[in-house]
Design a protein around this ligand. Sequence first.
Ligand SMILES: Nc1ncnc2c1ncn2[C@@H]1O[C@H](COP(=O)(O)OP(=O)(O)O)[C@@H](O)[C@H]1O
Ligand SMILES: Cc1cn([C@H]2C[C@H](O)[C@@H](COP(=O)(O)O)O2)c(=O)[nH]c1=O
Length: 280
Amino acid sequence: MSFNSLCMNNLWRSAIRLSSNAAVTSTRLVAIRCKRFGDKRGELCQTRAHSNNTQHVSRKLVRNGKEKKLVVFIEGNIASGKTTCLEYFSKTSNIEVLTEPVSKWRNVRGHNPLGLMYQDPTRWGITLQTYVQLTMLDRHLSTMSAPVRMMERSIYSAKYIFVENLFRSGKMPEVDFAVLSEWFEWITQNIAIPVDLIVYLQSSPQTCHERLKERCREEEKIIPLEYLEAIHQLYEDWLIKKTSFNVPAPVLVIPADDDLQKMLHQYEENREKILAGSNV
Ligand SMILES: Nc1ncnc2c1ncn2[C@@H]1O[C@H](COP(=O)(O)OP(=O)(O)O)[C@@H](O)[C@H]1O
Ligand SMILES: Cc1cn([C@H]2C[C@H](O)[C@@H](COP(=O)(O)O)O2)c(=O)[nH]c1=O
């Protein structure tokens, strides 16, 4: 049976639901190939996965009515309150929360690419951003453990905001930007990255600067207000003006300058909208 004939057209959004890690790896590869064969994102439905010498026929779908799952990205500037927001929603059963893998970015086999990048962005920007891209992709492809996934940032913001900022500010050599862009384009053209809604925590750079100082992460002590202003502008162009890059899902904007109590209230007020996914 040809590979293409295994793909049905009337189902959408795929996710990996397999019982063994080996099978997961195989199925990811099948997902990659299926997208190459021209399926719209997630239309891949049934795949044949090989692990060792065993053949599995695996259904790779979540959006067939009963199994519908929802993926929400929480986006926003550094220290805008994303983690705090996710902590709040993590108390809800049926919501799986994935925070950014910052601890990995601070320690990969004893090295700290985040710290190195802030010390010397021209030298280490490519190193950090390559690793961010890998770890984000790994997050996106991990098996969902609940009907709703809320994930801090995405492979998109890593590229459209942080890589873009390094390049535009003259801190990333053109060749590094080109290589990262090739990787990013290959990934997004060949691998399905599910997303139903983007929640944008819209905060002023000044607020973020205050909160960042309060949080006091060692590597970030040297971040000036201007850096947060540049990140803010890139977010606004992407998610509000929609003039810079593709926006992969509808955007729900939540103003995020208020104190914690008001923010928690706002999250509660927006709960239904968030759980409605793209029907905002
Ligand atoms: N609404 C708020 N008002 C005041 N401080 C806040 C608020 N939300 C978060 N913080 C604090 O600001 C810092 C950054 O918040 P955090 O959730 O870690 O942001 P992010 O994950 O977006 O970087 C933390 O010290 C946090 O406790
Ligand atoms: C995605 C991404 C992040 N970073 C940096 C920016 C911050 O210093 C941390 C993330 O912290 P936050 O409080 O969760 O915003 O990582 C980066 O340099 N490049 C990236 O792509």
